[in-house]
Design a protein around this ligand. Sequence first.
Ligand code: CAA
Length: 283
Amino acid sequence: MEWKAAVIGVGTMGSGIAQSILEAGHRVVMISRSEESSKAGFERVSAGIDKAIAKGSIKIDGKEELLKRISISAKMEDIADADLIIEAVAEEIKVKEEVLKNGELYARNDAIISTNTSSISIGLLATALSTPERFLGLHFFNPAPVMKVVEVVSCSKTGGSSIEKAKKFIADIGKKAVEVKDSPGFISNRLLMPFINDSIKMLEEGIADKEGIDDVARLGLNHPMGPLQLADFIGLDVCLDIMKAIYEQNSDSRFIPAEMLKELVKNGKLGRKSGSGFYNYNI
Ligand code: CAA
């Protein structure tokens, strides 16, 4: 089956998800707030395809063929013929609720509606919709075109056929779907955030320097990046927000953010995107 997906939100995740869908031979419409941001999203996809071509990771068509299957729009009504909708806007409950509600108005009756949230409860977002049985989480990882797994997160209202359809979509874009029940941080951030938080606490305690902590994770545990490098890559503000959101849901002290993380974010040191975090970057 050729899927027609709609991705709402054209930031790093939205454009990476759109690129993954294109590379697997499907169609995608990217929806943004304005013509300008739609164009910026398109440029991000185009640059991502260049990287994938340079790495030899695109298996099917050339760039021109891939880009024929993407359209961009600033109008929500252009999601109307999509089989599946993925919301990937800012990680704020109010913003996501508004976008999901609006999306539901224009979505085809049988379309799956999903969110790429990494920390907000799926059950909570479902309450914004009048058809929650077709709603679930599709949690992609950054960089989306490279990472091979997606968490398929269902809440008590999600229908079984919606989960099956979403899993088929994930398989059809060449990724592994892992089913998860709605719970704070799902699998990924329940594992990852305490790991990152602990590594920051070790740095605070002077147990080792940042390079040492990252080297042990990279060379001793075979992680592609150390936890402090990864925190910079994800964005320190994003890590802080995820920890806070999970702590609000489960009151587990492992998610109380380390002081150093709060301090860095307060000082605008957000990781790679701001030029500095635990490390310095050329941007
Ligand atoms: N399409 C688009 N971009 C691609 C690409 C492709 N097919 N293949 C590689 N790239 C990008 C990489 O992202 C990287 O981007 P920058 O230029 O911004 O650095 C660049 O091309 C270089 O890629 P390389 O493969 O040459 O570099 P690498 O071997 O160092 O791999 C990496 C980079 C894939 C990011 C690797 O270091 C890695 O896997 N790191 C761990 C990433 C990770 O854990 N991600 C999950 C984060 S958690 C999350 O996303 C969920 C959440 O809720 C917080």
